[in-house]
Write a protein that binds this ligand. Structure first.
Ligand SMILES: C[S@@+](CC[C@H](N)C(=O)[O-])C[C@H]1O[C@@H](n2cnc3c(N)ncnc32)[C@H](O)[C@@H]1O
Length: 250
């Protein structure tokens, strides 16, 4: 898929169509990490900034923020946000040859989830390349465990209402309508788009390959409304989540 075309097409309806991690973060874990690394003498990069939803969090906490994205349409919206210390740049973050701005802190939220393994690895390597010595990155990635757990919850919900797993409407499990090898690689559909999902162990293997040392692996938890339009009241914790990886340049 051509990422630039895809995201430019979505740009006009981006806020309605694309899941808002910042609003949905149940425990405000993101704010906690932004506070931890806030430093008015430092430069932060928002890797795959989209229309700049992270800017209200980053701009007041850092001296300078650079938002980078492949989509010129989303960057137009990002540039319209009212922050004096934010600059936006267009870039394909899978390109290992480009010159990248140097930063002390990199934030990257739901960008490294392409179907191609090599492109995802290149983006991680580019985060490493852009980090100054001692710099930190906070990276949000889709969780394979959460995806499987949500499907298990759906089965349980159906079972409680007298529907056996094999009687469930296939549309309700359409995200799994992929080939066996895609499934085994965590390549599952979100709204029809093939999206890479990671297991915790896979992250522990891949990050060091990109020269990034994992400091902590955390969950950004969401309510069940993020998975189902009317979840039953009894469906509570554990909640669905994305991974939040706090890592350092090695
Ligand atoms: C799900 S959106 C997340 C945007 C933003 N980080 C947020 O959380 O609101 C994914 C973003 O990744 C960008 N993107 C996808 N592939 C890219 C690439 N190769 N280089 C740069 N940006 C890319 C898209 O344009 C889009 O803005």
């Amino acid at each position: 898929m051509n990422q630039k075309k895809h995201w430019n097409k979505i740009a006009q309806t981006y806020n309605e169509e694309i899941f808002d991690v910042f609003k949905s973060d149940k425990n405000k874990i993101l704010t906690g990490f932004f506070n931890k690394y806030a430093d008015k003498t430092k430069h932060a990069l928002d890797f795959g900034c989209g229309n700049g939803k992270a800017f209200p969090y980053l701009a007041p906490r850092f001296k300078q923020v650079t938002g980078m994205d492949i989509s010129d349409e989303l960057l137009k919206q990002a540039r319209n946000r009212p922050f004096q210390n934010v600059t936006c740049l267009q870039a394909d973050l899978t390109d290992l040859k480009q010159t990248l701005p140097k930063a002390d802190f990199v934030f990257c939220c739901n960008v490294i989830m392409l179907p191609e393994f090599e492109k995802n690895l290149s983006m991680l390597k580019n985060i490493n390349r852009s980090l100054r010595k001692g710099g930190t990155a906070v990276i949000i990635l889709p969780s394979m465990e959460s995806y499987l757990f949500a499907a298990w919850r759906l089965m349980e919900w159906n079972r409680r209402e007298g529907t056996l797993p094999e009687q469930i409407d296939p549309d309700e499990l359409s995200g799994f309508q992929v080939g066996k090898t895609d499934l085994l690689q965590g390549l599952l559909k979100i709204n029809g788009v093939t999206t890479k999902h990671y297991t915790a162990e896979e992250l522990r293997v891949i990050f060091p390959v990109a020269g990034l040392k994992i400091m902590s692996l955390n969950k950004v938890e969401y309510s069940w409304n993020s998975e189902f339009s009317s979840p039953p009241k009894w469906m509570k914790a554990p909640y669905p989540w994305d991974w939040l990886v706090e890592c350092r340049k090695v």
